[in-house]
Design a protein around this ligand. Structure first.
Ligand SMILES: [Zn+2]
Length: 245
């Protein structure tokens, strides 16, 4: 995969170099259609939709370097500060505001692996559709495994049954039990995120979809465990630490 858009060391600049050329609305010089800013005068260009990865100059993939994402986000926020830009030129401020809004949403989505995976699958589906292909279907975890020897479907067959865990959470009668079940859900979520990474790296999109569906259920289970804990052992009003993270 190409890494030419990765801004791992130089930080975010918002200058795209490929694509058609437009005229900068401020200095009239040529500027790439995909650029957020004019490379000559630095003016923020009219808003155009970019995918979340492109907004931060990052390669589109699941395994993101979060430090680079954080750095590019901070750098973009400084560069595109609508208030500061708007003092000099109201149009620049308004354009910057559109981008900072889009970036806030993109940052939240990319920062967390579950939402990042969901977003990446949406992009891949859209790409497949644009190329006239049908999106990869869900593999059948109970189906013919011999067809797909390279994959164990993210190891889902070896994971504990979520229905049984949910039942155990709902019927837990003491805090240690609900804590143990909650911790198990968190551990399983972590291992699912590793499985997602493996599936995306190998291009097994159907498998990534299956692991993501499993993760969604684990998140719900984890929330149910937290709720059950509140019911069984309400926090004390003294504000003393309960050992919760
Ligand atoms: Zn310009």
């Amino acid at each position: 995969m190409s890494t030419k858009t990765e801004t791992g060391t130089g930080g975010w600049r918002g200058f795209a170099i490929d694509g058609d050329l437009h005229s900068c609305w401020l200095c009239q010089r040529s500027v790439a259609a995909k650029a957020l800013r004019c490379s000559r005068c630095g003016a923020v260009q009219p808003f155009h939709e970019l995918n979340h990865f492109a907004l931060f100059g990052l390669e589109q993939r699941f395994d993101l370097d979060l430090e680079t994402l954080d750095r590019n986000h901070a750098s973009a926020r400084r560069t595109l500060d609508p208030e500061r830009l708007g003092i000099k030129n109201p149009k620049a401020g308004a354009l910057a505001y559109r981008y900072t809004e889009a970036m806030a949403n993109a940052y939240e989505t990319l920062r967390h692996p579950v939402s990042r995976a969901r977003y990446l699958l949406t992009l891949l589906d859209a790409e497949a559709q644009a190329n006239g292909e049908s999106p990869p279907s869900l593999p059948d975890p109970d189906g013919d495994r011999d067809r797909d020897r390279d994959s164990d479907h993210g190891g889902l067959a070896h994971r504990p049954d979520i229905d049984a865990l949910a039942h155990a959470v709902a019927n837990a009668t003491d805090c240690p039990t609900v804590d143990r079940l909650g911790a198990q859900a968190v551990r399983d979520m972590e291992s699912c995120i590793h499985a997602l990474s493996t599936a995306f790296r190998a291009g097994r999109i159907g498998e990534a979809r299956l692991v993501l569906a499993h993760l969604d259920r684990l998140e719900a289970l984890s929330a149910a465990a937290r709720q059950r804990r509140l019911e069984l052992c309400p926090p004390r009003p003294t504000g003393r630490s309960t050992g919760e993270p």
